[in-house]
Design a protein around this ligand. Structure first.
Ligand code: URP
Ligand code: ZN
Ligand code: ZN
Ligand code: ZN
Length: 484
């Protein structure tokens, strides 16, 4: 059966043009004028874009004594509802647990996914077993990205020696390290001091993680990656200090990418000063929301290209879960949701204000990350042969975001009350219509795992350069006799 998306305007990262799109067997089979098929989707007045890719989610993640409340079922349903057709989740071994063992757990959870997905593997400890299993993870499982937490001391955090060893292993395997960049030692000390001084509320979460801890860690990770000869992807870049380090590195030719979140772009630190404890605690995440100076910096980074990807870090906890931290802000589970709202919020506050062009919107929500993750043009493209992961985007469709009608399993939404203009008319996951005029018609288990090859273009280029510029002994014409 052929499905044709008719009368729309195709918007990709580099082109805008009118054409129909024909889909068969889950793939785009033809692009052109006046196409015919068995089923027609009317895209009059709409943009036909690659579906969103969210490279940063934590679905059903064991964290801070509980599990995040959106699993692969509700999480990917929320994704599709908002025009996102692929998520990349973090497989997280407990310290001491093998990587392959952890992967088995993530394989089991992800069978319920409504849309395609991939994994990053987290390095939460460092021993020979981890070193060895990294190869199997890359070569056999097609997982080519490894996350390192520089914060969460005593839990997930790795130290510089472990990070350097792991980054070097990534370089050998043609993989890419990711970092959660915050100085975990300083954060732990600030948390202790704040608690001792009676600062126990959610606002202290923000006080304990100032921009400096992020800027320092980002710069350190960049330098360590450079010495290890590997590209680096910095997740949830939230502040000017971190962006500055990324910008500087990129200007020096280092291969570094920064990923602001839609939350940091559109919500600020005043949320933590709300008189309602629940309101503030629901917004506790790391890094915390920042002030206008940082938000302006992140938007400028997307405009100038120094920041590459907008993600969500979707890690949803219910109000009851947040209340584990009443009386001690360090026990509030860290994380916020956003999967369903990322595209409409970025369109409204980015394209709607003139800060982003529609093509830039596609680049930062889909195409750039597909290239970084080496799954382009299977994903992130409107091209013949690409997977038909598409969103038919109606720029006139509006709504006010409300937890009452969201797909996410939690009982609130950090964007509650925000009015968005620009929403999916249809979302297609490998050709299957999963959203039809606001109605979500998911199919549990439809999602497939996306295997990725190591040694993408940037890894190859960087390793050539590092090879060419590696230290070498000088070949001398004469060596004097030893003075001894
Ligand atoms: O607060 C956050 N970001 N929670 C999820 C885990 C992480 O640090 O990415
Ligand atoms: Zn993180
Ligand atoms: Zn995260
Ligand atoms: Zn299916």
């Amino acid at each position: 059966m052929t499905t044709v998306i008719k009368n729309g305007t195709i918007v990709t990262a580099d082109l805008t043009y009118k054409a129909d799109v024909a889909i068969d067997g889950g793939k785009i089979v033809e692009i052109g004028p006046d196409l015919k098929g068995d089923e027609t989707l009317d895209a009059t007045g709409c943009y036909v874009m690659p579906g969103g890719i969210d490279p940063h989610t934590h679905l059903e993640m064991p964290f801070m004594g509980t599990y995040s409340s959106d699993d692969f079922e509700s999480g990917t349903r929320a994704a599709l509802s908002g025009g996102t057709t692929m998520v990349v989740d973090f497989a997280l071994p407990a310290p001491g647990q093998g990587l392959l063992d952890a992967l088995q757990m993530w394989d089991n959870k992800s069978t319920r996914a409504h849309c395609d997905y991939s994994f990053h593997m987290a390095i939460t400890w460092w021993e020979e077993q981890v070193f060895n299993e990294m190869e199997t993870v890359v070569r056999d499982r097609g997982i080519t990205t490894f996350k390192h937490f520089m914060a969460y001391k005593g839990a997930l955090m790795v130290n510089d020696d472990e990070m350097y060893a792991s980054f070097k292993r990534c370089a050998e395997l043609g993989a890419i390290p990711l970092v959660h960049a915050e100085n975990g030692d300083v954060v732990a000390e600030l948390q202790r001091k704040l608690m001792e001084e009676g600062n126990t509320g959610p606002e202290a979460h923000a006080y304990s993680r100032p921009p400096e801890v992020e800027g320092e860690a980002t710069n350190r990770a960049i330098m360590i990656a450079d010495m290890a000869g590997v590209p680096l992807y910095v997740v949830h870049t939230s502040c000017e200090e971190s962006h500055e380090a990324i910008r500087r590195a990129r200007m020096l030719g280092k291969r570094v990418w920064g990923e602001p979140l839609i939350q940091h772009l559109t919500l600020d630190e005043s949320e933590y000063f709300d008189k309602d404890w629940d309101h503030a605690a629901r917004r506790v995440m790391s890094p915390p929301f920042r002030n206008q100076r940082h938000q302006d910096s992140l938007w400028a980074g997307l405009q100038s290209g120094s920041l590459s990807v907008v993600a969500t870090d979707h890690c949803a906890f219910t109000t009851d879960q947040k209340r584990y931290g009443v009386g001690d802000f360090t026990k509030i589970p860290n994380g916020t949701g956003g999967l369903e709202d990322r595209l409409p919020m970025l369109w409204t506050y980015g394209v709607g204000t003139g800060r982003l062009t529609p093509n830039e919107f596609v680049a930062v929500t889909s195409t750039n990350i597909a290239k970084i993750l080496n799954c382009y043009p299977k994903k992130g493209a409107v091209l013949v042969g690409a997977d038909a992961d598409l969103v038919v985007w109606d720029p006139e469709k509006e709504k006010t975001i409300a937890a009452a009608n969201q797909q996410s399993a939690i009982d609130y939404n950090v964007f509650e009350g925000k009015h968005v203009k620009g929403l999916p008319r249809f979302t297609l996951t490998r050709g299957r219509v999963a959203v039809h005029d606001g109605e979500v018609r998911g199919e549990e288990g439809h999602g497939q795992f996306v295997k990725r090859d190591p040694n993408g273009a940037v890894n190859r280029a960087l390793s050539s350069w590092k090879e060419l510029t590696a230290p070498r002994p000088v070949e001398r014409t004469g060596i004097p006799a030893s003075g001894v």
